[in-house]
Ligand binder design. Structure first.
Ligand code: C5P
Length: 232
């Protein structure tokens, strides 16, 4: 039983490799919520741009290419309610979304206002319409601007951080293509359109010395203080 305003969204933001995806997925499973990985959406957009031979730093070409794209977004019931996105029929594998070229281009693509507008509308629809229609009592959504721009009115905002060393270690352990996380963080934090920042009312957790369960436990403790009724 959960008491919260509708739609119930738990926003989890933070820099690259801070551990927020593992935490957000585990939290969603624990609560029986849908899980939306908004970073994957920006990665799909980037893979789509690259597949068309467009330079990710050419903002006008990126906006023109994605502006007319056919967008299909949803939640996979068979996968515990995890989000997916298809753009113009492109549904890259997890591995393809972690390729070096996507890592290198995604922050540029994500800084284009038209791309943010397109994806933000889809992210909102997932939590406001798709999740309730699919029987989920709420949504855990992770990214960079969920608490500050996508769902600024949700009372449940968390910002997960970790030291630069720990984040570099975590990313190396995850494999995938080369990923200059410091450069991505710099671009994400300094862009004009909804940059990565700590929302004023977000609860900040430094996950450097915590396990995934430890961070989930801290979030659940905080949610209970804010009026969430959580069964176990
Ligand atoms: O979370 P992940 O590291 O996969 O995100 C990839 C990139 O997507 C980020 O570096 C950022 O440029 C972009 N992003 C964003 N806004 C979000 C989520 C991700 O700009 N809400």
């Amino acid at each position: 039983m959960i008491t919260s305003p509708a739609p119930c969204v738990i926003a989890i933001d933070g820099p690259a490799a801070s551990g927020k995806s593992s935490v957000a997925r585990a939290l969603a499973r624990r609560l029986g919520f849908a899980y939306v990985n908004s970073g994957a959406f920006y990665r799909v957009a980037t893979a789509c741009v690259l597949a068309r031979g467009i330079d990710p730093t050419d903002a006008d070409a990126v906006a023109a290419a994605l502006g007319g794209a056919e967008v299909i977004a949803g939640l996979r019931a068979e996968n515990g309610g995890e989000s997916f996105l298809q753009l113009d029929g492109h549904a890259p594998t997890e591995e393809a979304l972690r390729a070096a070229a996507v890592n290198a281009g995604v922050s540029a693509v994500a800084s284009v206002p038209a791309v943010r507008a397109l994806l933000t509308a889809r992210l909102r629809a997932l939590a406001e319409e798709t999740a309730p229609a699919s029987g989920f009592p709420g949504t855990v959504m992770e990214g960079r601007d969920i608490g500050s721009a996508v769902f600024p009115h949700t009372p449940f905002k968390f910002y997960i951080d970790a030291s630069a060393e720990v984040r570099a270690q975590r990313r190396a352990a995850q494999g995938g293509g080369q990923d200059e996380i410091a450069a991505r963080d710099r671009t994400d934090s300094t862009r004009r359109a909804s940059p990565l920042l700590i929302a004023e009312d977000a609860h900040v957790i430094d996950s450097s010395r915590l396990t995934i369960d430890g961070v989930v436990g801290e979030i659940i403790g905080r949610l209970k203080l804010k009026g969430f009724a959580i069964a176990s």
